[in-house]
Design a protein around this ligand. Sequence first.
Ligand code: NAP
Length: 457
Amino acid sequence: MMQSFNPATDTVLGEFPICDAGTIEHRLRTAAGSQQAWARLEVCQRTPYLLQVAAVLRRRKDELARTMTLEMGKPLAESLGEIEKCAWNFEYYAQQGETFLADQVVASAATDSRIVYDPLGLVLAVMPWNYPFWQVMRAAAPVLVGGNGMVLKHASNVPQCALALEQVFKEAGLPEGLFTTLLVESSAVRGLIEDDRIAAVTFTGSTPVGRSIAAQAGQALKKQVLELGGSDPFIVLADADIEAAAAVAVKARFSNTGQSCISSKRFIVEAAAADRFTEAFVAGARKLVVGDPLQAGTTIGAMARRKLRDELHAQVVASVREGARVLIGGQPQEGPGAFYPPTILDQVTPDMTAAREETFGPAAAILRVSSVDQAIAVANDSPFGLGAALWTRDLDRARQLTRRIDAGAVFVNGMVASDPRLPFGGTKQSGYGRELGHLGLHEFMNIKTVWTGPART
Ligand code: NAP
């Protein structure tokens, strides 16, 4: 059985049967059949279904958000925002699908030569719990509008979200099984990747697991997109609007209780602005409210599992042992629930645990640097390369600096966030491939050249 557990109260919410081999076989067969019929539809025949998905999400928003909060502890207001974003994503691909998938005529020696986009088939999605709806739905909308189907293996701690997602597609009237949830453990993933009915894999999660899934997909020669961990820098140069930077820094680090791949984790601040930034950042973090995630006004909920809180605390303790200074927080909250207070570490250096490892929870590391060049060097001194924020009033300099930062996205004077209109993904150990935008959509299409003669001389 797969357990649904409330990390804010330490209570079991329910247990759900794990799919046996017969169920997996039946469900894959159904999914494959539905996908073949779906692929034959014109894009304009698919898009109304996407709009229906958005409508169902909006109609059931309160209930779905509550399920999410109960299972993984994020504040309810954030869960509601997440459902809204999923609905927007489906509307966006409904609106843009035909444009993104239109044939592209390319002049050549042919009478007519063009690029056409055909679906690959069933895409296996192996997904994490931190945004239990968004991670899945940001991958699903482009995959489905392109004529593919999706088989979801969700994280084991969010089985109710996984089942609710399948239910949303059913209610929206999509062909049976076109979006299928399989409640399986991670040991079942290899078999799914090897199954002939799975054409490709999209994985969002940690770097070590991504490496293993990439190896399996590589062995099976199946296309893969990997969205992995991050330790995003938030660079504040001396000429930045410090108050604005500090206000955004609070959101960038502590939203989703700090459990986001694109949370800013390393705050790299030029010495001349460091005291002012630190003071404002700490003042903003002090205003956060830790507590019952269902309660209005709570801004920091429970972490998703006690083990994750213990791991975060161990990283904080190690960093302090290495010389970091705790400005606020730093001790897990006693009593039931996996609560950890907003924590800010100052005097962190690039060799310390909080700078080297991904900290997946509400703990920020401030690294003070003496120049712009050092800021960029420290930002790039990480195995990860997901997102980066850069704060400066000098936009000409910013434009040059963005090209020197090793990351899949650089946000100038703003907070890194995913957006259906813009490609999202990483470099280095943060993965490869892109989601979202037209480039994300094309990842799971067969980009086919069609050449029609006779050749012109
Ligand atoms: P995780 O442990 O890698 O798990 C992610 C998914 O992989 C879950 O469905 C998990 O299933 C499955 N899994 C675990 N071990 C596996 C194995 N050996 N073989 C096949 N599948 C396996 O990651 P997490 O702790 O849930 O999520 C946090 C990580 O995800 C962080 O590193 C974060 O930065 C990253 N993340 C990245 C992005 C991005 O877009 N780049 C977005 C969100 C999160 P079980 O639950 O059954 O183990």
